[in-house]
Design a protein around this ligand. Sequence first.
Ligand SMILES: Nc1nc2c(c(=O)[nH]1)N[C@H]1C(S)=C(S)[C@@H](COP(=O)(O)O)O[C@H]1N2
Ligand SMILES: [Mo]
Length: 258
Amino acid sequence: MSRLITRRRFLIGSTLTASALGLSGCDLLVENPTMQQALRMAEGLTMRTQRLLIGDKTLAREFSVADISPTFRANGTSMPDGAEYQTLLSQKFSQWNLEVGGLVERPTKLSLAAIKAMPSRTQITRHDCVEGWSAIGQWTGVPLAAVLDKVGLKPEARYIVFHCADEYEKSLDGSGWYYESIDLVDAYHPQTILAHSMNGHDLEVPHGAPLRLRVERQLGYKQAKYLMRIEAVGDLAGLYGGNGGFWEDRGYEWYAGI
Ligand SMILES: Nc1nc2c(c(=O)[nH]1)N[C@H]1C(S)=C(S)[C@@H](COP(=O)(O)O)O[C@H]1N2
Ligand SMILES: [Mo]
């Protein structure tokens, strides 16, 4: 399947991998099956090695209030332009719900108020974007584990998928929606939260209002903003490009360990 090459995709893709390999653009990489297989094997190795070395429950470093960056850049989408999101925003997210479904015993919808009423965790962590910038921010939200316990995962569930409100790459076939996924080790990690607040106030639109994922041992593109729906699945093959995330479908690693 051939896709339109957007300028953004070319720029980001090429700085990430193609330049390191001396290729002229990420499409060379993305369309070369041998290279793809080699990358995915190396990625599996990285994930296993990292988990062997640091363990499943190791915490990402946490910082103090004094370390919080005075400015935290917004990256990727900074304002979803779809009508549905615009309506929800104009109502201050009073009608927004997080849908939780897929391979769960009790599919549910959670309002923002319900999410804010759940036990929360606050953490000050460093966000590392693959493009080469970092910022320290304070995040408050409900542990994903608490949400998953509420709905009850079915035994076949192996990944949690995060569906977002922004179509990052406009396309006729709808393949450009931002989404992400993590496995159950990261889903149940104590620092994996659905954050509704940043630096002590409600999440602002550029940073993913009303709710975003924080999965602190991975890179920036895993931190899905504008959450609309969470889905438990047994494998990632049936979703969009099959690689578990918007950027993963465009050549990035699925396990983006820092
Ligand atoms: N829905 C959505 N989530 C997203 C993105 C996006 O474009 N859309 N960009 C990702 C990238 S590449 C980064 S670095 C971070 C940026 O988060 P920030 O805007 O709060 O800095 O969000 C990630 N999550
Ligand atoms: Mo990023």
